[in-house]
Write a protein that binds this ligand. Structure first.
Ligand SMILES: CC(C)(COP(=O)(O)OP(=O)(O)OC[C@H]1O[C@@H](n2cnc3c(N)ncnc32)[C@H](O)[C@@H]1OP(=O)(O)O)[C@@H](O)C(=O)NCCC(=O)NCCS
Length: 220
């Protein structure tokens, strides 16, 4: 039987996951989406990719047999992902972990509950992704790297071997982080940044070599 999904968030990540349903079916693991949940009142009654927005995040419990997909957060809201997801209520065990059939995940890697791994992403041997991690297309999380809960690794980002990334970070498109670097909780690595030394919690770093642009307490 198809696995039923309720997607939390109705933005770009949700659109991507909806497009994966065709690929999951072709790979022999059919799933169907019953609806999207989003707290933006402007989206109420609308649809995304032909799937209706059927309520707010707090309504997730109305579908007791569906798995939840965490498609929340982007470069502006990433630090708030834990509190937004918590609106769905208790039951982290309800979240689906989705790996696109064309991603490469080493058999020696671990991926936490509620994570999404996009097409052409690579997760190396010994890499550990926490809960609700998103690895966007073409990003590489190399061997023995750790990615904390709720962190987003954007398209084409290169996370080298043994890097340790904290909770609720955003690793920007096309950035490169040197092996062994530690990135603190809530940090943002800007697009194209070359990160050669540790990044403090909450810092926004840009450039080559990456240097702090500012420190944020929360998402803007
Ligand atoms: C770093 C970042 C958060 C800054 O955004 P912002 O707060 O809106 O800042 P601004 O665009 O106003 O830029 C502020 C300054 O930083 C510079 N800057 C911004 N992003 C930069 C980057 N990635 N690399 C180098 N310099 C950058 C700007 O040139 C500007 O410099 P100036 O003041 O000398 O003109 C943003 O540019 C970024 O890289 N976000 C990640 C986006 C991403 O990966 N998206 C993927 C979506 S799927």
């Amino acid at each position: 039987m198809d696995e039923d999904l309720i997607i939390l968030g109705a933005g770009g990540t949700a659109r991507e996951v909806l497009a994966w349903l065709v690929d999951f079916a072709a790979a022999g693991a059919p799933r169907r989406c019953l609806g999207l949940l989003d707290d933006d009142p402007a989206l109420r009654g609308s649809s995304v990719g032909g799937v209706p927005v059927v309520g707010e995040i707090r309504d997730a419990g109305r579908w007791p047999h569906a798995s939840w997909v965490d498609a929340l957060g982007g470069p502006r809201s990433f630090r708030r992902r834990p509190e937004i997801v918590a609106r769905a209520g208790t039951g982290d065990g309800r979240f689906a972990t989705l790996v696109h059939p064309r991603a490469y995940v080493s058999s020696a890697a671990t991926i936490g509950l509620g994570s999404l791994v996009f097409p052409h992403a690579t997760i190396g041997a010994g890499a550990r992704l926490g809960r609700h991690v998103v690895v966007l297309p073409g990003a590489v999380v190399s061997h023995d790297a750790q990615v904390g809960d709720f962190t987003i690794v954007a398209s084409g980002a290169l996370v080298s071997g043994g890097v340790s990334i904290g909770t609720a970070c955003y690793i920007g498109t096309g950035s490169a982080t040197r092996d062994g670097v530690v990135v603190g909780d809530g940090a943002l690595v800007g697009m194209g940044a070359v990160v050669r030394s540790d990044v403090a919690a909450g810092d926004v770093v840009v450039g080559n070599p990456a240097a702090p642009l500012r420190r944020d307490e929360r998402g803007s």
